[in-house]
Ligand binder design. Structure first.
Ligand code: FNR
Length: 180
């Protein structure tokens, strides 16, 4: 199964990037996961959405080719980060590559609530007509206190979190089959 991960943080030590890398590594025999880099994407501008820069075209093509999208996002000001909203705006226009494509959401933060509000908003955004992406329910992954759960090399070391994610990734793979 081909999946792209869209990470809502572009900082190099991002906990959310570490979480995406954990999924990439741990389930490599089951899921071909490519983590897309949002940092080179220009700001969305409706003036050039019909003929966007090559980097945007490549980004959209990778999402289009994938069987599913894994969203891994921090919470910024009780919502999704601007960098993620910008990527979503590109994806939601013209060829609308997200329509019908299954989504799965995870998030990590240092606070106890582990991105609850950001994920709530992201789910709602994914229901917009330009995206219309089915989202896996009942398997919410909120990694709170993230600074205590990764080691110095960026590995997820919290055993109960690892075990929980094992379960939801299995559920995700089963659920996604109906869309492939
Ligand atoms: C934050 N952070 C944050 N955390 C949270 O739980 N709720 C929030 O509303 C916010 N708001 C917020 C706004 C801005 C502008 C920043 C920079 C940070 C803290 C955030 O969760 C923390 O910095 C994470 O480590 C960011 O994720 P990455 O970059 O580690 O993936």
């Amino acid at each position: 199964m081909k999946v792209v991960a869209i990470v809502g943080s572009i900082r190099k030590d991002s906990f959310n990037l570490k979480l995406a890398k954990h999924v990439q590594k741990r389930y490599a025999d089951q899921i071909e996961l490519e983590i897309l880099d949002l940092s080179p994407l220009p700001m969305y501008n409706q003036d050039n959405e019909l003929n966007p820069p090559q980097i945007v075209q490549d980004f959209k093509a990778k999402v289009k080719e994938a069987h599913a999208v894994l969203w891994v996002t921090p919470e910024y000001n009780a919502s999704i980060p601007g960098v993620l909203g910008n990527a979503i705006d590109w994806l939601s226009r013209v060829d609308k590559v997200m329509i019908g494509k299954p989504s799965f959401i995870m998030g990590a933060s240092m606070g106890v609530l582990g991105t609850v509000k950001a994920q709530m908003h992201l789910r709602d955004i994914l229901f917009a007509s330009g995206l219309n992406s089915p989202v896996l329910g009942g398997n919410e992954v909120y990694v709170g206190a993230a600074h205590e759960k990764f080691d110095a090399d960026g590995n997820l070391t919290d055993e109960s979190t690892v075990a929980f994610i094992d379960g939801v990734i299995a559920n995700f793979q089963e659920w996604v089959k109906q869309y492939i």
